[in-house]
Design a protein around this ligand. Structure first.
Ligand SMILES: [Fe+2]
Length: 259
């Protein structure tokens, strides 16, 4: 699968996940932000007041809907054109985002649904509660989606979003980012995250980014500029790999199946 980028997609390490496989790995709570992080004001009202209860996963978490290409529209993965009335499309720096959806064992996750939403090139969302002065772009909606191929590759085309201010502290700004919702092969694998851009100084001023406990964790959310894949006179390419919660593999004699 490579509709927009120039580089061929990764084809080794085929997706080995089996819907009837074992349970899911427990999340590493030290890697993810703590639920209560007061510098990110909204977390105060949203975070639970009691410790979460842990229980083994069951079929409710280990299964999920099946996504197929015929569920997607032709322009779903092209945010430059999927809302535009003008043939030129949305205003802004043209980019392609490519990457893989992997599980914790490094296996590609096939047929994962990748949904994205973002502000326009000026940093403005198409939302009735948006309070930023930057103008709307009549040719940019800000939403898109795609499916991973059998090896876990995904890609979509869009414009680079701008940073924007938000009413958290007196002068807080979000770095340029794209929101991701990734649906793997079960409810328990679902991941909501954000992608940032290589070299953006605003990353290090953001109270939401500041909730992530380690520098390594933050770096894992920064997409890398891939000049080899960049399309001359058209679009730059950013690479962003996403790791979903893994699935324990069924033991086969003395080795793990699929490894
Ligand atoms: Fe945002």
């Amino acid at each position: 699968m490579s509709t927009f980028g120039r580089k061929p997609p990764v084809t080794q390490t085929p997706g080995g996940q089996d819907r009837a496989g074992g349970g899911l790995y427990a999340r590493d709570r030290a890697w993810h932000p703590a639920p209560l992080t007061p510098p990110y004001k909204t977390s105060v009202a949203r975070s639970p007041m009691r410790a979460p209860i842990s229980f083994p996963t069951t079929l409710s978490e280990e299964t999920g809907p099946v996504f197929t290409h015929d569920m997607l529209g032709q322009l779903d993965a092209d945010l430059i054109h999927n809302y535009a009335k003008s043939p030129d499309g949305a205003i802004g720096p043209r980019i392609v985002v490519q990457g893989r959806v992997l599980d914790q064992d490094g296996r590609g996750v096939p047929h994962a649904l990748v949904e994205v939403w973002q502000a326009n090139a000026g940093g403005r969302y198409r939302h009735k509660k948006e309070g930023y002065l930057a103008p709307l772009d009549p040719d940019f909606g800000g939403c898109g989606r795609c499916l991973t191929d059998e090896f876990g590759n995904y890609e979509f085309r869009t414009i680079q979003p701008g940073p924007y201010p938000w009413p958290n502290g007196p002068n807080d700004w979000r770095p340029a980012h794209i929101h991701f919702s990734v649906f793997g092969q079960s409810w328990g694998q679902r991941l909501i995250t954000q992608m940032y851009f290589d070299g953006d100084p605003m990353i290090w001023h953001c109270p939401i980014v500041g909730t992530i406990p380690s520098r390594e964790g933050i770096e894992s959310l920064v997409a890398r500029l891939d000049m080899e894949a960049t399309i001359p006179m058209d679009a730059r390419v950013y690479r962003f790999d996403i790791v979903l919660r893994g699935r324990r593999q069924t033991l086969f004699e003395n080795r793990m199946e699929g490894l």
